[in-house]
Design a binder for this molecule. Structure first.
Ligand SMILES: [Ca+2]
Ligand SMILES: [Ca+2]
Ligand SMILES: [Ca+2]
Ligand SMILES: [Ca+2]
Length: 267
């Protein structure tokens, strides 16, 4: 009887201390669940941005690669140098007759590849297949891959105005072009063993242009470009707190994309 009374006294209600402990425990559980939820939300968000980055960069690269591959596809016709048939000379006569005026790449002479630097390429091609040639320029502006287009007008024999550089892909940290040139006795170089195989400058030798040691690609060399490689480094728009970049030391996830293009319209 005594024992039962004692027990029932203890079970009469919840003491303040007990209530506090329960509340604290509940709070801990809730906080844990909340953190888990937030963490999961964050990782979904990061996943979203990582896949968006990859998608964004890949689509941009695919556009660019598809266009570069068409370089030299000029439906209005390409005037070749008559005394040197296998090698396309700069376009000397109509149409088109001159490069786009007033641009950084303008040198007054029409070429299939107007500009070829480590970070920019400008070329002629009818990229939208409407029998009118475009001058197309891809460049990196800040962290945007941009594209600018000027269309040839056969009636006025001039290049139309562009609508400005359009953003093709964002969050691109680096863009790098590499060029391979025909460098045998039909190409820009006729006395060196550019492929380094036998000491002989035989037909079909190709040379990868090295901007560091070979300098800039001038008008005289650009016409011999036969392959273009492009590497793009994309960065996610938001940080991933659980990831640390081994090189940059920050929390952005990055992807490198590469593509090799044969210029099949230039022979
Ligand atoms: Ca030019
Ligand atoms: Ca066109
Ligand atoms: Ca050679
Ligand atoms: Ca050789």
């Amino acid at each position: 009887m005594m024992k039962n009374n004692h027990l029932s006294n203890r079970e009469k209600g919840i003491s303040l201390v007990e209530l506090m402990i329960v509340t604290a425990l509940l709070g801990l559980v809730m906080a844990g669940m909340y953190n888990m939820f937030v963490h999961q939300q964050k990782s979904y968000l990061v996943q979203d941005h990582v896949s968006a980055m990859q998608q964004n960069a890949r689509v941009g690269l695919e556009y660019m690669v598809k266009d570069i591959r068409m370089a030299g596809y000029i439906p209005e016709g390409i005037p070749f140098d008559a005394d040197d048939p296998p090698v396309p000379a700069p376009l000397q006569s109509t149409p088109p007759s001159a490069d786009v005026a007033g641009q950084s790449f303008t040198d007054g002479e029409d070429e299939i590849i107007e500009e070829a630097t480590a970070t920019t390429i400008t070329f002629l091609a009818d990229i939208d297949n409407d029998a009118r040639t475009e001058t197309v320029r891809y460049a990196l502006n800040g962290t945007d891959l941009t594209m600018e287009v000027w269309e040839w007008n056969a009636l006025t024999a001039t290049w139309g105005a562009s609508i400005g550089a359009q953003i093709i892909a964002e969050d691109i940290e680096n863009l790098a072009f590499t060029y391979v040139l025909l460098s045998d006795d039909r190409g820009y170089n006729n006395d060196a063993d550019d492929d380094g195989n036998d000491g002989i400058d035989e037909e079909g030798e190709l040379k990868t242009w090295n901007f560091g040691t070979d300098g800039t690609l001038g008008n005289a060399q650009r016409r011999f470009i036969r392959q273009v490689s492009v590497t793009m480094n994309a960065r996610a728009a938001v940080k991933d707190p659980v990831y640390t970049d081994p090189v940059g030391g920050d929390h952005y996830r990055r992807r490198a994309l590469t593509s090799n293009i044969n210029l099949r319209n230039i022979t």
